[in-house]
Design a protein around this ligand. Sequence first.
Ligand SMILES: C[S@@+](CC[C@H](N)C(=O)[O-])C[C@H]1O[C@@H](n2cnc3c(N)ncnc32)[C@H](O)[C@@H]1O
Length: 209
Amino acid sequence: MSALNTFFYDRFMSGLEKACLHDWRTELLAEVKGEVLEIGAGTGANLAYYPSNDVRLLLSEPDAAMRKQLEKKVALIQRDDICLISLQAEKLPLDDNRFDYVIASLVCCSVANMDRSLAEIYRVLKPGGRYLFIEHVAAKTDSKARRWQEWLTPLWRKFAGNCHLNRETENAMLRAGFEFVKIQRDAMPDSVPAIVRSSIHGIAVKPLN
Ligand SMILES: C[S@@+](CC[C@H](N)C(=O)[O-])C[C@H]1O[C@@H](n2cnc3c(N)ncnc32)[C@H](O)[C@@H]1O
């Protein structure tokens, strides 16, 4: 993400946060506890939603400009249970079966390799561990929105930190081995451009066996 995009990121996202992301983040993150990894934490949009008890949070952001803003927000909330780090989702230098929760919001659209990233998330979760996700995804095949997504993605990703409009993220999660505890396939409100409106949010689990 360019420094300019990062500078405007929170402002650009504020309408979307009010329209739906605030509610989705609140609902999802309330249950988090134990050893927790957040991937692609960005400027810290999820920070305010983590419970204050029994959470040991490893917060990862690989982009230098975003991490700078994240560091400022982490310093402000003064929690000694948060550790900041820079990791690429495709190759996490972390032990197998370590985390109770992995969180990624609006990240699968941007990673260089979604299958490899999801395989890594799966690997570092404990059996029974939960992956909490919020993603904008490909619209229905043959819809007008999907045609626009296919057409615009090559250009869009150049200006929006490698964000792909057309990723079939739910299928990729299943390919990685996850089972869904809960998945909501929501459209973001009409105020959001149709090319980013299709979204999924919920809880996937790494099965016990
Ligand atoms: C659209 S932002 C989302 C930020 C934040 N999670 C949120 O909910 O607002 C996408 C994030 O994914 C991160 N990202 C992109 N490629 C990544 C990768 N390969 N591994 C880990 N994070 C990545 C970016 O640096 C950025 O922070």
